[in-house]
Design a protein around this ligand. Structure first.
Ligand SMILES: *Cc1c(COP(=O)(O)O)cnc(C)c1O
Length: 429
């Protein structure tokens, strides 16, 4: 037992008992953590290689304003992203405001009236329902005469190949595949499974565009979906690839034509990638991408650590303590509102920012019950930083993700445990 470290934790309100419980749990995870470190090492080399190949130089960090013509740093960064994702081209911009915007852009620019979008993995992420028009919404694709179809996963989480074969038709133009489960209760897809799905779909219709919603999945594995046949991968820079440093932004990487279409929609027909000033944020995009593999590894360790802690205490955790990981999200089912609240208070209390505030359940648009959220982030809403949320309704599950460093994620989880213990909601065994 490391006395000085125990004392340091005590200064942050973690009792020796809770600390010991964490240490025991962590010791059993040595092998898994080593495997995560290997993946991070691989991906770190991938990023460095891409930066070297594209000759990133100090000149790349200059800013541009106005039209942003000939922004060398922006254009080089897009080549770096293309390299990292083994794609022909990429669009990486601060003008893409969030993940939903990046996905809307990729979808809306690559379909035309009369086309159909198809999801072979069930319902897409909540916010995309309004983009597509599954829930009627102003400006949705449905309003432009683009239809939507979906095939649900089978009960065991496998692809329903018969339903997929039946769904693909002459109008199917784009297939959208969500890698992460998001806040649904299906398994997250590995890159290998995404590859199998794309092969099957392309065997039915070779010219269909396969787009992967890559949110929360970047750098979790050594390969990205573009390496197994995806025509486009799309994501947010305030999640994995921004490494916690990007203050805004989104990306689309993939086939030249898909990226070009997206660029003409983001700016204007005729202008495309030529305009779009970088306004001084581009250096943080480079540095964030550089750090992303290690940041993602810290978040993964945090998720696995929490799964094992709460599994030991008898709670249902998803994914479970031993499962292979394909994204950074962890769910813990408490079945009790006080526990859910205590957990979120613990995450908040461990934050470097706003640690002194107490999160409270709140009515959120789109939810039929109050939601409690904990986040003490440097970048508003950044979910690569340690954060947790959950709706105040049965089964009282908390979803949490992120942690810019493993040590912060660990402190956050120990703090949740301390809160639960102090209120006699759990007994350490
Ligand atoms: C976060 C997320 C989105 C949307 O991103 P925002 O930045 O919140 O708009 C879409 N799909 C998945 C799977 C996500 O995790």
């Amino acid at each position: 037992m490391n006395r000085k470290l125990t004392e340091q934790y005590e200064k942050l309100g973690i009792s020796a008992e809770v600390y010991q419980f964490g240490e025991k749990t962590e010791q059993a995870l040595t092998e898994r953590f080593e495997k995560i470190d290997r993946t991070a090492e691989f991906n770190q080399l991938k990023v460095i290689k891409a930066m070297q190949e594209q000759k990133v130089s100090a000149e790349c960090f200059h800013t541009s304003s106005g039209y942003g013509y000939n922004d060398y740093g922006r254009d080089t960064l897009e080549n770096v992203y293309a390299s990292c994702f083994c794609a022909q081209d990429a669009l990486v911009r601060p003008q893409i405001t969030c993940g939903t915007h990046a996905l809307a852009l990729a979808l809306m620019s690559n379909v035309r009236p009369g086309d159909e979008i198809f999801s072979p993995v069930g319902k897409p992420y909540d916010t995309l329902e309004e983009v597509i028009g599954i829930r009627p919404s102003k400006g949705s694709l449905a309003e432009y005469g683009v239809t939507y179809r979906q095939a649900d996963l089978k009960k065991d989480g496998s692809f329903d190949y018969d339903a997929i074969r039946q769904a693909v038709n002459a109008r199917t133009r784009l297939v959208t595949i969500q890698r992460s489960k998001g806040y649904a209760t299906r398994p997250t897809l590995s890159v290998a499974r995404i590859g199998e799905l794309i092969s099957f779909i392309k065997s039915i219709k070779p010219d269909v565009i396969c787009m992967v919603d890559n949110c929360y999945g970047e750098f979790v594995e050594e390969e990205e979906p573009t390496q197994v046949g995806a025509d486009m991968v799309v994501g947010s820079l305030i999640k994995n690839p921004g490494g916690g440093l990007a203050p805004i932004g989104g990306y689309i990487a993939g086939k030249k034509e898909c990226v070009e279409n997206a660029a003409y929609r983001l700016t204007s027909p005729g202008l495309g990638k030529e305009v779009g000033a970088s306004l001084g944020v581009i250096q943080s995009f480079y540095q964030g991408l550089f750090l992303a593999p290690t940041v993602v590894s810290g978040a993964l360790k945090g998720a696995i650590f929490a799964a094992n802690i709460y599994e030991k205490l008898g709670f249902e955790v998803f994914p479970n303590g031993t499962e292979e990981r394909y994204d950074i999200i962890q769910a813990v089912t408490f079945g009790n509102p006080d526990m859910l609240t205590a957990f979120c208070e613990g995450i908040q209390a461990a934050a470097p920012v706003d640690s002194y505030v107490t999160p409270e359940p709140w009515a959120m648009p789109g939810y039929d019950s109050d939601v409690i959220m904990a986040a003490g982030a440097f970048v508003q809403g950044s979910s690569i930083e340690l954060s947790a949320d959950g709706p105040l309704r049965p089964p009282y599950a908390v979803y949490f993700q992120g942690g810019l460093t493993w040590y912060h994620a660990k402190l956050g989880i120990l703090k949740t445990l301390q809160k639960l213990k102090d209120r006699n909601l759990v007994k350490l065994c």
